[in-house]
Write a protein that binds this ligand. Sequence first.
Ligand code: UDP
Length: 228
Amino acid sequence: MTTPVNKVVYAVYGASGFGRGVMPLARAQLKSQLDAEMYDLVFIDDGERADIVNGHQVYDFDQFLALDASEKYVSIAIANSQIREKLINKLQQHQIGSWSIIAPTVIQMDDVQIGEGAVLCHHVHLTSNIRIGQFFHANYFSYVAHDCVIGDYVTFAPSVQCNGNVHIGDHAYIGAGAILRQGTPDRPLIIGEGAIIGMGAVVTRDVAAHTTVVGNPARILTAYPSGS
Ligand code: UDP
């Protein structure tokens, strides 16, 4: 389990569904930026796993820690945001940095600020004047329109349509194909912290923190505290 000294090891954490979708993006990104002999690209996964997945070595976290490398960077490709935060805390305890994986088809327009550790899949479109926190995931064909403000550990499944002047709290999860109605500068549409938007939902009103909404127009499925 030795990597030639001075190699940098980049890892995708999670070798399940999302991780296997992200790995080709990671591979293409590194190939376009670095000479092949400068780095290794591996998976980390702590669950039941094969030694090799889609051509990449899979280590558990302890094995990854034991790798001999000049530097290590990890991108977490696990949709569950609570797990993402737990794993980031673990990585930070070991002074291991994160890296962002941005597909070459991603479009970012003017004044887009996005925090560390993002994963932006193919055909994600971020228009202008947007603020996004750390460890954001946007799955393929999602968009974020003008003047949106998005917190930390937010997750967009595929084809999320987030229109302008929408504010989204930390750890919110937006399901596949959901549409968030645009707000206005003085009255943004608010998706609260930890809210879950069901797949295909059409969200026309604010969603309170830790509340699940589904349907068109979106209605509350589970309020917070649960049952209220
Ligand atoms: N996982 C891990 N360490 C953890 C929690 C999860 O390695 O502390 C791995 C887990 O073994 C699984 C992956 O993360 O392989 C999550 O896969 P899942 O299919 O649940 O989610 P997705 O890939 O859709 O985000």
